[in-house]
Design a protein around this ligand. Structure first.
Ligand SMILES: [Zn+2]
Length: 107
């Protein structure tokens, strides 16, 4: 398997954000990649998404989970029932992915 450049990977990551925003029907205005200690991502109510560069080291399924989680926050601000039902609608196995993310050894 050929390893891809970081630049190519960050373009893939942003591309996945646009695809999911379109699918979920939310507006993302800006996507930033940055070193974020202790967080994978954050999103503002105005649609400004910040992703941790650590995501570039994660398997695609986990990156996708983080992206969908943040975008669903544009529909449901907290992690209540509405949030969970959107997650299940878009990523039926989201709880399993969340679990994998939580048991990753800290870098
Ligand atoms: Zn959240």
């Amino acid at each position: 398997m050929k390893s891809k450049s970081v630049r190519h990977d960050s373009e893939d990551l942003k591309g996945a954000v646009w695809e999911w925003a379109d699918r979920i029907g939310v507006t993302v205005r800006e996507v930033h990649l940055r070193d974020m200690r202790r967080k994978w991502a954050s999103i503002s109510t105005s649609g400004r998404l910040t992703l941790s560069t650590d995501l570039l080291n994660l398997p695609e399924a986990l990156r996708e989970f983080v992206i969908v989680h943040e975008l669903v926050h544009l529909l449901a601000p907290n992690h209540g029932r509405v949030f969970k039902s959107f997650m299940s609608a878009y990523l039926p196995d989201w709880e399993e992915r969340q679990h994998h993310l939580q048991i990753l050894p800290n870098a």
